[in-house]
Design a protein around this ligand. Sequence first.
Ligand SMILES: [Ca+2]
Length: 303
Amino acid sequence: MFMWKNAVTFSEDASISSGVFQQSSNWISQRLEQGEIALVPSSQIFYVSNPEMAGSFVSYSSLWKSAGIVLQANTTDSDVSIVRQYLIKMLKENPEIKYLVRDWVDPSDYKIFDSKSNDELMILLNEEKVIPFTLSTGWSNKITIYSRVVFSNQFTYSFSQSSSNLFTRPGNLSINYGSNGATFNKLGEPTGIYLPLDTKLTATVKNYFTLDIYTDLKLGSLQVVFYYDKNNDGVFSGYDVDYVKSLEFSSNSSDWSNNTMHQIYGIAPSADDKIVQIGFIVNGNQTGKFTIYNFKFYSDLNS
Ligand SMILES: [Ca+2]
């Protein structure tokens, strides 16, 4: 009874027709199997239409509290990014999560989803249903229901120790390996580490990666290069036979800031041929230190 009363109060405060929540709640309730849950902005409001589903709706607005961050007008981007990281971790580590509901009006939601963080949140969510509504003020908005996309970690490469696999350009580049990754001195020319893969990666499915970096370079860019094996001999056979596709990250586009550990995220370009090598090349003519750590590669094998 208590839950019911709270929920009704909430919907009146939000000035939103409770119909959209009811519709969302019904849609999800019809699709959740035993033991599966949906992350919703406020679980109380979702119980109203389907009280028998109590326990299947879990509020993620409490993430703010878990992250120790108070949501207020001057909440900083880095605060929001911490909360997003909590949500990402939650999505990655809890297979029972089937859906996530985004309320485009709810302030705790708005901050999390509107942030420009370069991270994997949106690749983990697949849009299933959009329910538009109009507020009493005349503003139109919507509720979006996402399903959780299940990615599996294909491999993690820590770069914490030397390996006979790795090679560099230029060839005599000195690298320090440690528990926090590989650090090399960027020369006045493109400087890179290359990782030929023991296990070839399928590029026809949806793939993404994360990589931790640390640098004192103010200018320059990091190119993550994927090498595709067109002639299918298991190695990169040169540009005239095989081909490459790359992603570029730079301090200019806020992909990193100096002297702080930063995680970059990117979607590996899809292709018909397998990925047989990955290169990490720092471009620009500035010299300085560049550290790469924990390259993690994920695939949605069902895509
Ligand atoms: Ca080849």
